[in-house]
Design a protein around this ligand. Structure first.
Ligand SMILES: NC(=O)c1ccc[n+]([C@@H]2O[C@H](COP(=O)([O-])OP(=O)(O)OC[C@H]3O[C@@H](n4cnc5c(N)ncnc54)[C@H](OP(=O)(O)O)[C@@H]3O)[C@@H](O)[C@H]2O)c1
Length: 274
């Protein structure tokens, strides 16, 4: 049976970079909301000899994600899911950011739980913001509602975000939603583990992608605190994702991997320097 790798947010940036590596020995399904972006990514990947197709999907829409998961299963063995779709503070309002990053992760994990089999792996992409946003901001006690009632979880999280001044709400929403992604992937490790499936999260620092470009003005000022004084390259995070889902990483689950060029290790928090 052919091995399928599903990549949410596969039309650009890290997702597209990962498709180029995973496509060497997997059939790739990329998804996102913008059909034109997906078509252009499919063309680029096919030119590299990769077997790929696009499946338009909005990860913040439960039905859309369920359709994606069952479509992928019908195509073969879902061996890997790289859930890279996400929205940064400059891409939307606070509610949409939480819907895409947090609710989207709940929907993706839940839908693929039904179709993934022993030996497969799912990566939920978080962010270094989950480490930089002060702990006191994180409504961690409300995260548990995500397991039984995602709508109630959403209401509780938005209530916490709306306590902050309007001009910083999108940033707070991003930090909280990505902190939640780490929490959710960790608590899901046991559930997936019973099926022999691994779940982990990866938290990128600043990377050269369309999203990285949008956040560049602020992110540039972070670089001087990094041990490696540049943005990460797409190939560097893509090969980390590819390693994490490979059999070589067969004992890696329930953990977050921070790939930020050593910014968090510096002990300096640029968010608090503003
Ligand atoms: N680049 C960085 O510096 C950085 C740093 C930390 C974390 N990250 C995280 O890394 C991941 C990949 O980001 P990237 O840097 O590669 O940015 P990117 O090129 O903007 O990729 C994000 C992709 O997600 C898709 N997407 C957004 N909302 C979606 C939705 N509701 N449903 C389905 N797809 C959706 C976008 O396509 P459509 O708009 O067409 O749907 C886009 O292709 C994200 O989760 C991001 O938060 C990035």
């Amino acid at each position: 049976m052919r091995k399928i790798c599903v990549i949410t947010g596969g039309g650009s940036g890290m997702g597209l970079g990962t498709a180029k590596i995973m496509g060497k020995d997997h059939y790739i399904i990329i998804c996102g909301r913008t059909v034109k972006k997906l078509e252009s990514a499919v063309k680029e990947l096919k030119e590299e000899g990769i077997e790929v197709e696009a499946f338009p999907c909005d990860v913040s829409d439960h039905t859309s994600v369920e359709k994606l998961a069952f479509y992928a299963k019908a195509k073969g063995k879902v061996a890997a899911v790289i859930h890279a779709a996400g929205m940064s503070p400059h891409m939307g309002d606070p509610k949409t950011i939480v819907e895409v990053n947090a609710l989207g992760t709940i929907y993706v994990n839940n839908a693929f739980y039904k179709v993934m089999e022993e030996g497969s792996c799912i990566i939920d992409v978080s962010s270094m913001s989950a480490y930089l946003t002060p702990k006191i901001v994180m409504p961690v006690r409300k995260y548990k509602y995500s397991i039984k009632d995602p709508d109630y979880f959403m209401k509780k999280i938005m209530r916490s975000i709306n306590l902050y001044p309007k001009k910083i709400r999108a940033g707070v929403a991003y930090g909280i939603s990505k902190n939640f992604v780490i929490w959710f992937a960790k608590q899901d490790a046991a559930r997936f583990g019973e099926k022999g499936v691994r779940v982990l999260s990866v938290s990128p620092g600043n990377f050269e992608t369309p999203m990285g470009e949008l956040e560049k003005e602020e992110a540039d000022s972070y670089t001087k605190f990094c041990a490696i004084k540049r943005f990460g390259r797409v190939e560097e995070i893509a090969s980390l994702f590819a390693y994490c889902v490979s059999e070589s990483a067969g004992y890696l689950t329930g953990v977050d991997i921070l790939c930020d060029g050593g910014l968090v290790a510096s002990g300096v928090n640029p968010l608090m320097k503003k």
